[in-house]
Design a protein. Structure first.
Length: 303
């Protein structure tokens, strides 16, 4: 059965439909222009497990991967820091050619699937596509050892979850390295005093903590180095960035934005950044208006 939406198509597959189908049920989502439709990716894959495939339509190139957190994993390919420094074949391709004419296929498995079952599904699709497409994968064995650090075993993950909660990795996008492993969310709450909502957003949505640190419950091969630091050094590093950010915020000048057409929308913003974020505008353009570089009497967006 197929269902069509604005930017993606849905296909449902059941193991009883066809004897030639894989020995697991899944829902298939086909998303066109994934780089510009990340909202659709989030809608169908947040907190989901399964296999993802990037297909370059013009050349029948594909890349097959899997994750126990599909949304965060897929969106990591769009991160500038990963694209700029990743050395894997698929990242070199995207860095050179971008995501034009790329289609994303997501095979969503049931939420109870184990990490081993997700990897088995990845291997199934690698074997399925390798006879019809040119793979951007270097390693054709799912869950291979492309990374320089080994992920935690599923047995260890289960043990840690029972005893101390969800364990996760901390990656530094500045040094492109794994720098720490937290045993649990509580471990992070107690030591770096991160808000639980912020931590959940970082883990599930792939947001960078302090615009620098990437948190992930699974290892990420795009970070080639392992430079583990002590908890005390991690705390000092984070505190230093927090103090720097506070200093920058303190030095920001407030601006008053008056809306001529709709006066009720006029308000004071703490900085150019906060105004640009509110109106989804370009900071450089806004500075031109503030510095009177624009033609005298002209209004920003004619308002």
């Amino acid at each position: 059965m197929n269902t069509k939406d604005k930017n993606y198509e849905i296909k449902y597959h059941n193991i009883n439909e066809n004897k030639n189908k894989p020995p697991f049920s899944y829902t298939e989502y086909i998303i066109t222009d994934p780089y510009n439709n990340r909202g659709d990716i989030k809608k169908v894959s947040k907190k989901m497990k399964g296999v993802y495939i990037f297909e370059v339509l013009d050349y029948k190139y594909i890349y097959v991967g899997s994750s126990i957190n599909l949304y965060s994993r897929v969106c990591s390919y769009f991160m500038p820091s990963i694209l700029a420094n990743g050395d894997r074949r698929v990242l070199r391709y995207f860095r050179k050619y971008g995501f034009k004419n790329v289609k994303l296929i997501l095979y969503i498995l049931c939420s109870e699937s184990s990490r081993e079952e997700v990897i088995e599904a990845e291997q199934y699709f690698i074997d399925l596509y390798k006879s019809t497409h040119s793979l951007l994968n270097v390693d054709l064995v799912a869950g291979g050892s492309l990374g320089y650090h080994e992920p935690m075993s599923e047995e260890m993950r289960i043990k840690l979850r029972k005893v101390r909660g969800i364990a996760f990795f901390v990656y530094d996008t500045k040094t492109h390295s794994l720098i720490f492993k937290f045993n649990s969310k509580q471990h992070a709450y107690d030591n770096i005093h991160i808000n639980h909502t912020t931590l959940n957003n970082c883990l599930t949505n792939g947001l960078l903590y302090l615009n620098r640190f990437l948190f992930s419950v699974e290892s990420i091969n795009e970070f080639p180095f392992e430079i583990l630091i002590s908890l005390e050094n991690l705390k000092k590093l984070i505190q230093g960035i927090q103090l720097k950010n506070k200093s920058i915020q303190k030095n920001n000048k407030k601006i008053y934005a008056e809306n001529i057409k709709q006066p009720e929308l006029s308000r004071i913003y703490n900085s150019i950044n906060s105004f640009a974020k509110a109106v989804k505008g370009d900071r450089s353009t806004i500075r031109l208006y503030l510095n009177n570089t624009k033609k005298e009497g002209s209004l920003y967006r004619k308002q």
